[in-house]
Design a protein around this ligand. Sequence first.
Ligand code: NI
Ligand code: MN
Length: 228
Amino acid sequence: MKLTFLGHAAVLIESKESRIFIDPFVTDNPSCPLKIDEIPAPTHILVTHGHGDHLGDSVELSKRFGSLVVANFEIATYLSTKNVEKIHAMHIGGKTTFEFGSVKMVPAVHGSGIVDGDTVKCGGTPCGFLLETEGKKIYHAGDTGLTVEMQLLRSEKIDLAFLPIGGNYVMDVDDAVRAVEMIKPAKVVPMHYGTWPVIEANPEEFKERIETLGVECIIMKPGDTLEL
Ligand code: NI
Ligand code: MN
């Protein structure tokens, strides 16, 4: 399968049957190299939490392409009020099978409020996603602080993990290294840094530190792709 990093936490996963877009933050994403009109039609959109830099263009893309949006119950309910038609609600700990394989919603420690006009709506609890497709396991952590729940991911034998390192709202490099020690994935792609000055971080330092743990680090620039 082919994975494309579109900046911040936006990841496109193209497998045989499906094109999965996780946290489709395109329009207001200063680090996304594509315009909304250049995004290839996703079959599935996965949303980790309700913040604008993750919910992103979910409504627009789903309406345009008929993409199925997978999100927690509260975000799913919010999306139905925005006339999104194809929605699959699930929740923390739950696992579901789609055309491409399975998706498990795993814990993240963060917020999930949805800014809608001048109000903040309840977006339930934030999550990460554990995907299994074409025999590979991919973990997208969403926005999260370091949490002991990550220990549970070790036995999943994750092939590739997308982990936030930018600090302030999420784990910084120090905590992301501790997360890697707990999860022990084969490969890690750092994300959620450098989009704005408040989340500046040094991915080279992160790479150096986790590679001493025997974990491969792939620093992807926005627009980069990798084969898994
Ligand atoms: Ni967030
Ligand atoms: Mn975020």
